[in-house]
Design a protein around this ligand. Sequence first.
Ligand code: 5AD
Length: 352
Amino acid sequence: MNTILKTSIDKLISHKLLCKEEFVALLNNNSKELRNELAHYAQIAKQKHFGNQIYIRGLIEFTNHCKNDCYYCGIRCSNRQLTRYRLTKENILSCCEEGYSLGFRTFVLQGGEDAYYDDEQMTNIVTSIRNHYPDCAITLSLGERSYESYQKLYNAGANRYLLRHETANSEHYQMLHPTTMTLSNRMDCLNNLKSIGYQVGCGFMVGSPFQTTEMIAEDLLFIQSFKPEMVGIGPYISHKDTPFHDQQNGTLEDTLLLISILRLMRPALLLPATTALGTIASNGREQGILAGANVIMPNLSPIDRREQYSLYDNKIGTGDEAAECIQSLRNHMQNIGHEIVVDRGDYSNLPK
Ligand code: 5AD
């Protein structure tokens, strides 16, 4: 490996930060050797904070209605091919019940931006989960809402919020979204969530259409300044019923490199090996863990709905990524030296 890259790796480990040009150089020189080197140090950093523990989150995809029309996403409002569904509070609670008995202590409610779930509906759902499961963390992933709405949901008992920034470059943001959506609004939401007290997750798709390595470097610089507790990244995967249906998918290799970089930038980060990563490669999630990820989010949604929550083509839903198959997931993690734990897995308060 050339000495410039070696110097950047050393700097990343010791300073936890690189400048834009250094990030770009790493991304442009992605090789097996570089990935192995970064993964090695990423694993050491992860081990320091988390040992060999992997946290699990039970993902409940409770609505695939969405008012937005993001060009990359299969549940965009213009997709008329999709059968839409909503889960009732009772449906959601029974997902939690199953999840709790399987050992989940975090529930992630994820959905499209669906006006049906107004503040009253949503606080009612969150309050019920909070009352039934006082020992569990509640994570929401419901997109952009007002400050007041985020505050009400926090007061009702939600602890964490996932809202990917998608890209930190505003021109790129506009290439991925209609003009009704803006990066500055997305950033306002992320800042609001943080100031209310949520543990916040941002993130982006790797290899999304029109993305350059400079843009990924901008994402990394944004993450460094925003200091999220969680970061969700996964490869872009095209969906047949979207304007981007013929765009190329992101790669496993780029995603793995970025997972290692993120771990080194923020050693105590909650960093999932995402479903999208498991979709582009059969052992993608294991590879994500070995690159530095420490969270897995198996699907707790009703089995007959999983196919309909179709963000991208061929999304996995019934193998190891299914909550029912937790034992198999546990075995696979054990085979790569990791242990799934029954724990809320809050952001580590160890020295960072
Ligand atoms: N490929 C990969 N990820 C996608 N998402 C939406 N559509 C796709 C796609 N086609 C991601 C977005 C969103 C998250 C819920 O899923 O980043 O924030």
